[in-house]
Design a protein around this ligand. Structure first.
Ligand code: BTN
Length: 271
């Protein structure tokens, strides 16, 4: 693990610049308030600690000491190379719709990244067969009793080092394109794409995005193994339904799977 030593709070050349980020953001409310930290345990946790911030508040960090992935996994957060960002979103959503935020954010990330990025249902953005981004949407009750929804996005931008576990299945924009990318520009691109999607989602739900999600979803038509409460169910992913659930055809049945509950693996490797 690379040790990150920062002597002063002044951002180094490599650190994120909020001024640079704000130059690229052209939204009405998402990312208008930005809290930057050189280092934090997890931007999702930081957002939860600041859940009184307005909807759209953005938390970004150059490094996470306890980055979190789905299903209790760790999110490797190499300093100054990746994007670690979290947004505070409206708490006024029925529970069943919360996983759909992940799907909407996935569309925003794919639009922002381009370069043939696709979505491995529900929350991985992949290029080729490797993961470049993960999304973790969490609903929690803050200390003051208010509900709070946080959407956290981690993107491997200029990342070159992956742990042994991730080296097989992780990639970065630098690896895929052969050049370094501005993290500020990518954060802004994601936010600029996310805001109109999110606003429409709040008004109209997930249905308007179904066609685009399906076209971006690399899981459809793949043989998958769905791990639910320690039981593996094998089948073919045949669709994503209007509520954003994965439809899997097994030998005897067709089941719908809700994001948040399961881990999905391709039968022939990661995707
Ligand atoms: C996953 O693929 O399992 C989800 C990974 C989500 C990682 C991001 S990085 C920013 C935010 N803070 C966290 O601790 N996790 C999310």
């Amino acid at each position: 693990m690379i040790k990150h030593v920062r002597k002063s709070k002044k951002p180094s050349n490599e650190a994120l610049s909020v001024a640079e980020l704000q130059k690229h953001i052209n939204t009405e409310f998402i990312g208008k308030i930005t809290k930057y930290l050189p280092e934090v345990d997890s931007t999702n946790e930081e957002a939860k600690r600041n859940s009184h911030f307005p909807i759209g508040a953005l938390f970004i960090a150059d490094s996470q000491t306890n980055g979190k992935g789905r299903l209790g996994r760790e999110w490797s957060s190499e300093p100054n190379t990746g994007i670690y960002m979290s947004l505070i979103l409206t708490p006024a959503l029925p529970l069943r719709k919360i996983p759909q935020i992940t799907l909407i954010a996935g569309i925003a990330v794919c639009r922002a990244l381009g370069c043939d990025s696709l979505i491995k249902w529900p929350n991985d953005i992949v290029i080729g067969s490797k993961k470049v981004c993960g999304i973790l949407t969490e609903a929690t009750v803050a200390q003051d009793g208010t509900n709070c929804i946080i959407c956290g996005i981690g993107i491997n931008v200029n990342t070159t080092k992956f742990s042994d576990e991730l080296s097989e299945k992780g990639t970065s924009l630098l690896i895929e394109t052969g050049k370094k990318h501005s993290r500020e520009k990518i954060i802004a691109d994601v936010i600029n794409e996310f805001e109109p999607l999110y606003s429409r989602f709040i008004e109209e739900g997930f249905s308007p995005f179904l066609d685009e999600y399906r076209s971006l979803c690399s899981t459809i038509n793949r043989d998958v193994s769905v791990l639910y409460k320690n039981t593996a169910i094998s089948g073919t992913a045949i669709d994503v339904d209007k509520d954003g659930r994965l439809v899997v055809k097994t030998d005897n049945d067709t089941i719908t799977v809700t994001a948040g509950e399961v881990s999905v693996r391709g039968m022939l490797g990661y995707i």
